[in-house]
Design a protein around this ligand. Structure first.
Ligand SMILES: O=C(CO)COP(=O)(O)O
Length: 248
């Protein structure tokens, strides 16, 4: 049985002071349960969040990393730097990085290999844009993203992966995918993994849904068979909102 994982993606919000204030409030509300909770925050907040969440079971993740070990890549951060400060997860391939920062299936795959090499667990994001769904291409698009992301990964690595299905048209729009749409695509993603690695591996993969998850829609979404959690943007910024989703 897969343990649900609900992660917040703060994107470019909060100062470190505000992040620690969130952590102090959230950990009062969070009771370690059979649902794993985590926050993926900007680089500047990560060390403080690792310290603030110590002993609570609440996980800390980054929102990106470079695929090289180190080098002349101004402004970038390596997996080793994240691992050194106790970061356990990293969002990789978010649609906003694909849209604004030229992230490709190839760079996503390189980052997954580097993340695993440095004991960082990836949360790899896939999802179609509205035009692709309107054209009936959503499954082709997501399969291409998945196959590209998984290239040359071992079965053990894939088994420990988190995949976040985030239809781009649902991100930040308030237009959430229906539970049926989200469940169908999460099931399809699991089938793509099964076809390559077998069902022993695919059944272990945590597949989240992301895209306007809110306290008032989380329960129905999280209770769908193929959905193992959520990657939450806006609704993860406020402790009282995020805890309602974690406690779905
Ligand atoms: O991009 C997202 C999480 O990674 C989703 O953001 P929203 O929950 O604000 O739609």
């Amino acid at each position: 049985m897969r343990k649900p994982f609900i992660a917040g993606n703060w994107k470019m919000f909060k100062t470190t002071k505000e992040a620690v204030a969130f952590a102090d409030e959230f950990k009062k509300l969070y009771e370690q349960s059979d649902v794993l909770a985590g926050i993926c925050a900007p680089y500047t907040q990560l060390a403080a969040l690792v310290e603030a969440f110590k002993g609570t079971g609440i996980k800390v993740g980054a929102q990106n990393m470079h695929f090289e070990e180190n080098g002349a890549y101004t402004g970038e951060v390596s997996a080793d730097m994240l691992n050194e400060i106790g970061v356990e997860y990293c969002v990789i391939g978010h649609s906003e990085r694909r849209q604004y920062f030229n992230e490709t299936d190839e760079t996503v795959n390189k980052k997954l290999h580097t993340a695993f090499k440095h004991n960082i667990l990836p949360i790899v994001c896939v999802g179609e844009v509205l035009e692709e769904r309107d054209a009936g291409k959503e499954f082709d698009v997501v399969k291409t993203q998945m196959v590209g992301a998984l290239k040359d990964l071992t079965a053990d690595q894939v088994a420990s992966l988190v995949v976040a299905y985030e239809p781009v048209w649902a991100i930040g729009t308030g237009r959430t995918a229906t539970p049926e749409q989200a469940n169908e695509m999460c099931g399809y993603i699991r089938k793509v993994i099964e076809d390559i690695y077998g069902d022993e591996v695919s059944e272990k993969v945590i597949i989240q849904y992301g895209g306007s998850v809110k306290p008032n829609n989380a329960t129905e979404l999280m209770n769908m068979e193929e959905i193992d959690g959520a990657l939450v943007g806006g609704a993860s910024l406020v402790p009282q909102d995020f805890i309602q989703i974690v406690n779905f």
